[in-house]
Design a protein around this ligand. Sequence first.
Ligand code: MG
Length: 384
Amino acid sequence: MKITSVKTAASTGHCMHLWVKITTDAGITGLGECVHGGHQSIAIIKELEERLIGRDPFAIDAIFEETRRSLVFEGGFAGALITALTGIEIALWDLKGKALNVPIYELMGGKFRDDIRVYADCEVSPGMNMAEVQAVVDEVLEAGFTALKVDLDIRAYGHTGSETGWYEKDKFNMTPNKWEHDRMVTLAEMVVKAAGNDVDVATDLHTRLDKHSAIRLARDLEHLKLLWLEEPVPPENIDVMAEITRSTSTPICAGENLYLRHGFRKLLETQAVDIIMPDIPKCGGLSECRKIAEMADLYSIPFAPHNVSSPIGTMASAHVCATVPNFLVLEFHWFNRDYWKTITDGGEIIENGRIRLNDRPGIGLELNEDVARQHQYPGTTWFE
Ligand code: MG
């Protein structure tokens, strides 16, 4: 079997959802999704098509690594190039599963678990009162989720009353004042109270804080027994992240903007975080993220992938989550987007906060192109 074409299309959703379709001379097609690569990844895939045509589509890891290493001068260790390769890699896995008539998880060593626990990302802001927080949380609980995540920092700095104040005032400010600090703690307390004892609450800080502010906040959240506190500081400085992690019993999670095993190596070797969160349809794909998860398992660090993808990328991620021992929970970021249920032929893939893996070949879902194209990303072409 030989690859005959590699084409892209893109839809709007949480971000740009870039579809990669690979066809073969055997008439078998694979479809992948990657995110956050933007128009750059589209251009890169277009450029790579010619060198992929004629290749054996089963040589997934070899195609990925050979292409990556040959493009090391063009940025083959992070960013849009890796995300482009990720979209290709996931399409190849879908294709291989279909060609062999097995789900991807069977090709990856088989399942540790039959269903994948998912947490819902939901929107609260520090200006909300208890009733408003409860309403947001209730919607998530009614949908059956047993874990959720909220942003503590968004709009946390608007202390003159402007809802968008903190970002408009000074986007480089890393040091919340006492009022702002207390406002974030209060919001977390309200969310945990609204969620009740049986639901885990994770919180995100989007790398906004300085070291001291992060330690103070993490310590003041300890009584809430959070699932985690996400990226209190930028993950680039592993020493600072490690110091925060060692300063608090609040678990620290990071990694949604790191790429490949290489991006996670030192973070894991120094145990600078308690939990890692690679974005599978962005940072290297299914093989690479299985390896990252296995590296983390050597340090007893749970694997909780970041995820903003459509059901295609989400289900592709679920195959990885099923086949590693240290999976914790997978993100779901499409709450209240109606076409989550119609953009594939799988309908609602999350029931009671869990994704059940089916036994269809490949990823196990087909993109509904009619629906996806209704949301075509501006300035893109459609599998041309
Ligand atoms: Mg985050």
